[in-house]
Structures are given as structure tokens and as C-alpha cells.
Ligand binder design. Structure first.
Ligand code: SAH
Length: 244
């Protein structure tokens, strides 16, 4: 008997065309899809008739599906249909708990496969903010704004001391604290940006100095999902703008 399968697929940052061809092909053959809040719902339209589509999203600070329920559904649907797809926003293994799901599935006798996705920070390039640039930034740190215990990642304090581009995921509720941390370490003037709904038609982008970011975000009514990008690469945004 063939073993049931799980495919953990990255949906990309938002624009449905940014999924991989492999992810797209698997969706077209899907029997059951468990999808997230941040995975573009338009992608569900490519699944065949009869495919079971189950929302298991987590809305920040709102309604959410407990991880145990997601695990139980993975198991149930994999055995029921022979295969199940787990569609997650961005890349499943970047602040996505995808690897936990993979380990769970394997422990349950399910063959699990990972299909990478374009992580949301890569959509910064669509705003003319490259994550690295010769002579400007030699590395990139992806930092979570919110740890399990609700505190700010200690890595941020280390990152501030480097010349790296710092990208903060899930950081909007901590924006004031992040800005203050830069300011108190003497880096308040560092160029910084926020991009909300990156790669989507309703995207919003603001940039300025990191010390001014909280006020700018409030004025522009920026909320979730958004990425905070801090570093000299943000200045390149202006040289990248088309001159009409
Ligand atoms: N696995 C996802 C990240 C999940 S954590 C990835 O690889 O992108 C959720 C965080 O991702 C959000 O709080 C936000 O910081 C970021 N995010 C996801 N999609 C986004 C988008 N379209 N625009 C801006 N930020 C996004």
C-alpha cells in the first residue's frame, strides 16, 4: 500500500503568480488543501473540482486555528485522500511552522515533501529596495518581531551593531519598541521602510528614518501584514524610482 503524502507548499508573498511551477502543478492535482491566512485565496481556484479546501489560518491577535488542530487535519486528510497540501504564505519554513508540520506528519507515517516559496521580504525588490547591494549591504538578517513569550528578539540588538539589512517579520505591534531600540543605540537616523501587502495591488510602502517610523506608520494607517526593513539599502529606493 502506498503511504499517504503531505506537500508543504510556499504560496509566495501575495501575488498568486509568484508561486513556483512545482507548487502550481501540485495544486492542480490537489485532493485536499489546508490553507493559511496569508496564502492568496486565488490560488485555490486552480484546484480540481471536488478538492476539499479548508481554511486553517491564524489571524494575528484574532481568531486562529490551534496548531494541534492543523496537525490533526493533516493526518485525517492525508489518510482520507492519499495526499494533502498545506499551502502557506511566503516560504513555509520561514517563520511558518512548516517544519513542525513536516516532522509531525513523518511521525504519523506520512511522507512529507517541502516545496519552497518566495518569502515576503523578497518582494521588497518590487519597491526598489534590494536586500543586498554592493558596497551598501553585505548581509541580511530576518528577525521575528514577536517571540513566543511576546518579547522582542535579542538578535535585533546584535543586528543593530552590524551593517546588515535587517528585515523584521511580525513586528508591527513592536514598531515603537524597535524604533526606540535603534534610537537608544545611536542609530535613529538609519534609513528604514515598511511594506504592507507586498506584491499585491493594495500594497503600501513608506520610508524614512527609523526613529520616525512609528509616527509615519500611524499616519499612513499601516497594519498587518507588513515587513519592517532597516538599513542603507532603503535609500536605493529613491535612485530606483523611474524618472518621468
Ligand atoms: N512564511 C512567511 C512569513 C510568515 S510570518 C514568509 O515567508 O513570508 C507572517 C509575517 O510575514 C507577517 O507578520 C509579515 O511581517 C510578513 N508578511 C507576509 N506576507 C506579507 C506581505 N504580503 N507583505 C508584507 N509582509 C508580509
Amino acid at each position: 500500500m502506498t503511504r499517504p503524502e503531505l506537500y508543504i507548499i510556499g504560496a509566495g508573498p501575495g501575488d498568486p503568480e509568484l508561486i513556483t511551477m512545482k507548487g502550481y502543478r501540485l495544486l492542480r492535482q490537489a485532493k485536499a488543501v489546508l490553507y493559511d491566512n496569508l496564502a492568496n485565496k486565488e490560488l485555490l481556484a486552480v484546484t480540481p473540482a471536488g478538492c476539499e479546501k479548508i481554511y486553517v489560518g491564524k489571524q494575528p491577535y484574532g481568531k486562529y486555528t490551534p496548531q494541534e488542530t492543523i496537525h490533526a487535519l493533516i493526518r485525517e486528510k492525508a489518510f482520507e485522500h492519499g495526499s494533502v497540501i498545506r499551502l502557506k504564505g511566503g516560504d513555509p519554513f520561514i517563520f511558518g511552522r512548516g517544519f513542525e508540520e513536516m516532522l509531525y506528519a513523518r511521525a504519523e507515517g506520512i511522507d512529507a515533501y517541502y516545496v519552497p516559496g518566495i518569502t515576503s521580504m523578497q518582494a521588497s525588490g518590487m519597491e526598489n529596495v534590494p536586500l543586498t547591494h554592493r558596497s551598501v549591504s553585505e548581509s541580511v538578517w530576518m528577525v521575528t518581531g514577536t517571540k513566543k513569550d511576546g518579547s522582542l528578539s535579542d538578535d535585533l540588538r546584535l543586528a543593530i551593531q552590524s551593517r546588515a539589512t535587517v528585515v523584521i517579520y511580525m513586528g508591527m505591534k513592536k514598531l515603537a519598541e524597535i524604533s526606540e531600540t535603534y534610537l537608544s543605540s545611536g542609530n535613529g537616523e538609519m534609513p528604514a521602510a515598511i511594506v504592507q501587502h507586498a506584491s499585491l495591488p493594495n500594497k503600501k510602502f513608506i520610508s524614512g528614518k527609523v526613529k520616525d517610523l512609528p509616527a509615519m506608520a500611524t499616519a499612513s494607517k499601516l497594519t498587518h501584514p507588513a515587513l519592517i526593513i532597516i538599513g542603507r539599502v532603503v535609500e536605493l529606493h529613491f535612485s530606483g524610482e523611474s524618472k518621468e
